[in-house]
Design a protein. Structure first.
Length: 212
């Protein structure tokens, strides 16, 4: 009788340990899943709707826009090419932000970028821009587009030479949990992406670029 009782106790304790370990394992799986890139990206639709309203009100290009969510981890695709008529993102891409007080050419602020409108801050500026003239760049595919800041938060863009350009060191694909290399505040993109954007922007004028 004692042996049966002992065996029963051992089996009950063993079952409890197994159940506890499964519970802990499931919690760990949930935590890991929550950190996956696909679960870190909020819907861009509310911003697209706001962009449509903005371009209509300000008589800007109603065909396309470029949106950049600088509050996403820089190792994720946080730039979007938007079809304003269809009200949806038709492509996404990697994009750099400014290094701020950190060293240039690293990814130290991949989770917490600094933002500023001040010259020599080496920070990106949030806000809405009108993409302007096409010109020569020493970077990437040697093409840049001037950015005219439309808000108080980015009014010094031209003075700071904040432009849209390609950069060979910006990756084409997501590198999370690593980050995208950081420059001095320009929204730099991979060369392949800049080639695509250039082909589109040469046909469009007064396009909205919105960093938020």
């Amino acid at each position: 009788m004692k042996k049966i009782l002992l065996i029963t106790i051992i089996l009950l304790v063993g079952s409890a340990i197994v159940a506890y370990n499964l519970k802990i394992r499931n919690k760990i799986i949930k935590v890991v899943s929550a950190s996956e890139p696909s679960n870190l990206k909020p819907s861009v639709l509310p911003k697209i709707n706001e962009a449509v309203s903005f371009v209509n009100k300000n008589k800007m290009n109603k065909e396309m826009a470029i949106l950049i969510n600088y509050h996403l981890h820089s190792g994720l695709k946080r730039g979007y090419i938007v079809d304003l008529k269809l009200k949806k993102a038709i492509d996404s891409f990697m994009v750099s932000h400014g290094c701020g007080s950190n060293s240039w050419g690293q990814d130290f602020s991949k989770t917490s970028p600094q933002f500023s409108n001040e010259p020599e801050s080496h920070c990106s500026s949030l806000g809405k821009y009108k993409i302007g003239e096409r010109g020569y760049s020493s970077w990437g595919i040697n093409v840049k587009y001037l950015m005219h800041g439309l808000e108080k938060t980015n009014s010094n863009a031209l003075k700071r030479t904040i432009v849209l350009h390609g950069w060979g060191d910006v990756p084409e694909n997501e590198v999370y949990p690593g980050g995208t290399i950081e420059g001095w505040g320009c929204p730099a993109v991979a060369n392949t992406c800049m080639t695509k954007l250039d082909s589109m922007l040469k046909k469009q004028k007064n396009v909205l670029l919105w960093t938020y």
